[in-house]
Ligand binder design. Structure first.
Ligand SMILES: Cc1ncc(COP(=O)(O)O)c(C=O)c1O
Length: 249
């Protein structure tokens, strides 16, 4: 197990690595959708989350788990959930947090598909978004004077490389009781860790920040386990009944 205090180079190579009993040098690719169990009872317990084991590759598999744990370590996050694409991570994060009647404040310079979700899809579901100049802290302050559920920003933005002062916006958002979602495609966690920037407001309110990198979502929710669980709900929602007879090894 790699400690969070190890050098970044060590985390990049060894973070989350979980060697199988075959002692492979590189991360093994598990090309399976399902897993087998010793008994129907064990399968049922796995599907009820009573035992810590893999169930279905969309919820997690050993290869993806290594990636998620490495990313969480690099970002300084409590948890990471990998998705097939960046937009799945963005949409899942928004869909898990927002409901009809909620308001979002977002920087105007967003990746096109994110802009479309906020301005074309969410309004049909009763979620309003106010787009502002993300470089203007006074604009954030003015927009957050009206209650907002979530702040969405991208920095550096794609494609115009606009920079938002993430720490300052986190402060304003948390003072206003809003969650912050940072879409982060260009600056790798070697150079920018939005979760750490959000810690500035630790003593005001738990810094609830989600960071989206292309194809994964990382979170740090201090003292908000229910929120954290909700954040990943879409990715992990399981069928009510396990198909136990099909899964015995
Ligand atoms: C800032 C940003 N967000 C989201 C995405 C979407 O990622 P994907 O194309 O993997 O869905 C991209 C893709 O380049 C991006 O640059």
């Amino acid at each position: 197990m790699i400690d969070k205090d190890y050098q970044i180079a060590t985390k990049l190579v060894r973070g989350g690595h979980n060697r199988s009993e075959n002692r492979e040098t590189s991360e093994a690719l598990y090309m399976t959708s399902g897993f087998v169990y010793d008994s129907a009872e064990q399968a049922a317990a796995a599907f009820r989350d009573e035992i810590d084991t893999f169930v279905y590759s969309r919820y997690g598999n050993p290869t993806v788990k290594m990636f998620e744990q490495r990313l969480a370590l690099l970002e300084g996050a409590e948890a990471c959930r990998a998705t097939g694409t960046g937009m799945a991570a963005v949409f899942g994060a928004l869909a898990c947090q927002l409901k009809s009647g909620d308001r979002v404040v977002a920087s105007r310079a967003l990746f096109g598909a994110c802009h479309a979700i906020l301005t074309k899809i969410l309004p049909k579901w009763g979620v309003k978004t106010e787009l502002i100049d993300g470089t203007d802290l006074a604009a954030w302050q003015a927009a957050l004077a009206t209650p907002a559920k979530l702040v969405f920003l991208e920095s550096p933005s794609n494609p115009v490389l606009e920079l938002v002062d993430i720490a300052a916006v986190c402060d304003l958002a948390h003072d206003a009781g809003a969650l912050v979602l940072v879409d982060n495609v260009f600056a790798s966690p070697l150079y920018q860790k939005p979760l750490e920037l959000g810690l500035i407001s630790l003593f005001i309110q738990p810094p609830n920040i989600l960071t989206v990198r292309v194809g994964c979502l990382v979170v740090r929710f201090l003292a908000r386990p229910a929120l954290s669980k909700m954040c990943f709900y879409l990715f992990t929602v399981k069928p009510a009944l396990p198909l136990a007879p099909l899964m015995l090894g």
